[in-house]
Write a protein that binds this ligand. Sequence first.
Ligand code: PLP
Length: 370
Amino acid sequence: MIPLVDLKSQYLSLKAEIDQAVLAVLASSQFVLGQEVATFEDQFAAYTQTRYAVAVNSGTSALHLALLAADIGPGDEVITTPHTFIATVAAIAYSGATPVLVDIEPRSFTLDPTQLAAHLTPRTKALLPVHLYGQAADMTAIMAFAQQHGLVVIEDAAQAHGATYHGQRVGSIGLLGCFSFYPGKNLGAYGEGGAITTNDPELARKLRMLRDWGAEQRYHHTLKGFNYRMDAIQGAVLRVKLAYLAQWTRARQAVAARYAAALPALGLRTPEVLAGRSHVYHVYAIRVAQRDQLQAFLHTQGVATGIHYPIPVHLQEAFAELGHQPGAFPQSEAAAREVLSLPIYPELRPEQQDQVIAALAAWARQSSEA
Ligand SMILES: *Cc1c(COP(=O)(O)O)cnc(C)c1O
């Protein structure tokens, strides 16, 4: 079976370096934050072209703290899309603010800026675009709208490490950028992890306090904070892996180019990369009307696939309180019905890519005969 992601082959390719870094943490007995995490923060800030990166214990925590650092809370409204991982909307709810959903622009699967004005109210405080699958949202239009209406922009860059928008790295465009280092992400820890990026020194200071019980000095709690600190082992693993991220991204893009060269001839709709954007292919999502049948067929051919995501947030039971019915966000609902994620990861070998393409070709033959 060709898996959707393969974390083991990446570990084996770096085993000596990773093991040494982890053992050094064990020997240091500095298990939480400390030098390994601080070094990773400096390197990740440089990578994202920002002044500060604040490491936390998950991408969800990064989103939660970014919202709090921007003074967003009860009574405020934060705009995001329903076609995202649940964490984006959950973090808004954690802050006490109200999530306001806006449909996606279907080619990029990201927040449609032309629909923002219709959802603006006097309570709107922030925009939370998601750089879904590894491609940036339409940040020119989103930043312009935010500036015009005095809104904060927080980027959910959990799937887009290193992606650029007109040359700018995601996470450096809005006031704050939020990243996840969940193991399966493009830069993955060996456990949970996340980070917030910003160019603002006051926000960075506040974020460092919020992640560690609101204190700069131990037992002097200025803010009501959290235990959202990053483990030193994760900092050490991420520091090692960050050095390979650029080459891994190129490898993902090479796989995507291979799929893009083969799939259109099979009648399959490949992801679009819009002008001025680079795609880092956290997810390679094709769109197909007979999605569930294709997924089942590929399974019989030894090709694992995924669906990101089968139910948009507004139709999730957990967010029934938002009061939306089916039909509320037609583009997000169509995407939920039609997207299918093919295997993509830096270690996916050419013969495995061939096997995926051959399986899709067999599907195309079968469908044309039917
Ligand atoms: C993974 C992800 C998150 C949450 O990150 P965790 O580290 O799993 O908490 C948030 N938003 C998006 C778009 C994600 O893909």
